[in-house]
Design a protein around this ligand. Structure first.
Ligand SMILES: Nc1ncnc2c1ncn2[C@@H]1O[C@H](COP(=O)(O)OP(=O)(O)O)[C@@H](O)[C@H]1O
Ligand SMILES: [Mg+2]
Length: 285
């Protein structure tokens, strides 16, 4: 029974990588000269995550879609960066490539300075299980497991010893100490997303990716999730890259990158939610 649960969990974890099997392989050869630049954050340290000229083409010939057309970015350790942009602008594709769930058509993604395309299967598995945490819009929890079991699952999958103290701390951090025995169906949307964030934090990932973590929540629960992400940065020095449509993300994000048609077209910092909203409105018009 347990092994079935684990098999399902692997499938769930692998779900976003469905596109990676389409035959596209990232350029593995020599890194472009400019790559070194994007691997170094503004503070001179190696970036927690970076991209250098990443492109992603789906399909071939006349029906090909260029989801990313050359994205370069760099996120420093302990930074919370939000990615915003119209539907179809390539936000999910970008996160999947940075997290090693999908492969770039060209260009390179780096986690902690290491080229993702240079990893073999074992390296990729280790990256997905230990180095990055991923939070989805629809939570992707295992329904038969309790909140606590869902949080601890990545440690189990990685065959690691379960450190009870750390599991307790994470469950407390996400505010679920009195809900740990509940199954997902017995939790609100906001609570389910807290479980998913706990699951993403449990391996102490060097970077946490969140793809519209507030997209399925009411505004109060959404705000609380954004505040929880911010407090992970403050308390654990966690690095976070999150996609969101919530203009109030500007109150928690250090920077906002605006993606349009596969390119980063603007970078905003220290702006009001009204300014974020008008930047997004301008693109959607
Ligand atoms: N598996 C796929 N096959 C073909 N096209 C895809 C696939 N996944 C995404 N796309 C296309 O790539 C573009 C970017 O998609 P996506 O990254 O999901 O955007 P966003 O998350 O910003 O809404 C869209 O035009 C989308 O239709
Ligand atoms: Mg998306």
């Amino acid at each position: 029974m347990q092994s079935v649960a684990l098999a399902v969990a692997e499938a769930v974890a692998a779900e976003p990588s469905r596109d990676a099997a389409d035959g596209h392989v990232a350029a593995v050869s020599a890194e472009p000269v400019t790559a070194a630049r994007s691997r170094v954050a503004a503070d001179g340290h190696v970036a927690a995550v970076s991209a250098d000229g990443v492109t992603r083409r789906y399909g071939e010939g006349e029906t090909a879609v260029d989801a990313l057309r050359g994205v370069s970015l760099s996120v420093a350790r302990g930074e919370l960066v939000a990615v915003m942009g119209p539907s179809g602008s390539g936000k999910s594709t970008l996160l999947h490539i940075l997290a090693g769930l999908d492969k770039a058509t060209s260009g390179e993604a780096y986690i902690g300075g290491r080229a993702v395309s240079g990893l073999d299967d074992e390296g990729l598995t280790s990256l997905r299980r230990r180095k990055v945490g991923f939070v989805f819009q629809f939570f992707n929890l295992l329904p038969m497991l309790s909140a606590e079991q869902n949080v601890a699952l990545p440690l189990k999958l990685a065959g690691e010893e379960i450190d009870r103290g750390w599991v307790d701390e994470v469950i407390g951090k996400v505010g679920l100490s009195d809900r740990r025995e509940h199954r997902p169906a017995e939790l609100s949307g906001g609570q389910q997303q807290r479980v998913a964030i706990g699951r993403a934090l449990i391996t102490r990932p060097s970077i946490l990716f969140a793809d519209e973590p507030t997209g399925n929540l009411d505004s109060k629960a959404g705000r609380e999730i954004l505040e929880l992400l911010r407090s992970c940065v403050a308390e654990y020095g966690q690095t976070i890259l999150t996609v969101t449509h919530e203009p109030r993300v500007c109150t928690v994000a250090d920077r906002i990158l605006i993606l349009a048609d596969g390119l980063i077209v603007r970078e905003l910092d220290h702006v009001s939610s009204g300014e974020v909203r008008s930047a997004i409105d301008a693109l959607e018009r």
